[in-house]
Ligand binder design. Sequence first.
Ligand SMILES: [Zn+2]
Ligand SMILES: [Zn+2]
Length: 290
Amino acid sequence: MEQIDRGTRADLHTHTTASDGTCTPTENVRLAREAGLACLAITDHDTVAGIPEAVACGKQWGIEVVPGVELSTLAGGQDIHVLGYFIPYQDAAFQAELAKLRDVRNKRNEMLIARLQELGIQITLEDVYKQKEGPDANIGRPHIAAEMMRRGYVASIEEAFAKYLGKLGAAYVTPPRISPQQAIDLIKQAGGVAVLAHPGLYDDDELVEELIRYGLDGIEVWHPDNAPAAAERYLRWAEEYGLLATGGSDFHGWRGKEPFHAMLGSSTAAHTVVAQLKALAARRRNGETG
Ligand SMILES: [Zn+2]
Ligand SMILES: [Zn+2]
């Protein structure tokens, strides 16, 4: 069996309790140390809240921590994720941009209610939010359906979805999420490095090539959801287009005793790519490159 020296490896895609992971940033760094990795990136969904803790921990334990983020975007009706590396996580303006992205769910509820009111269904967002179970609990379409039922506009949740809230319903609205191109711009303008996450998951190589031409800096070649043939293809593309080839496990913590998604350290990139990511971000911040 081929021996891989993990001391030269970097897991550039992990989630923490700051988004939908179950491990704290400290625990992720500890797992990286146990796996013998040289480097770990924290890439939570639309937030940088977990980074300061991980950076402090990494310093203490001798693990390089790369500040990252994973932005949720929409293209062709599909969720497309764009990773940002060496982003300015302490910058208030950048944090405010991320807060706007996280606010999408609330915005969608507002749009749905406005549309329902146009259709003569007099329910209010205020009444719907009365169902909220805690400060961090999500409110969405099922809660709107319940309120419609309570007011007698529909006989069941199913009816609310079929007639109004489902994809074919009269009040359906697409959440106003940004495009992958906007995410690439957001990351690059902030001085970070933009990398397309798990391209093998989209089954849409035309889009992948379009985003490469648009201005991606890198592509996630090694990821649990990229089949070996796909990883080979994307590695070839990285060479052809002059992109950085990154990799990561997409670790989300634990579901019971099993790692959720994949174990931290199970997909990695060479540690040398981290220096390249960092150098590109530095050049960008100095205005030497677009
Ligand atoms: Zn993702
Ligand atoms: Zn992820």
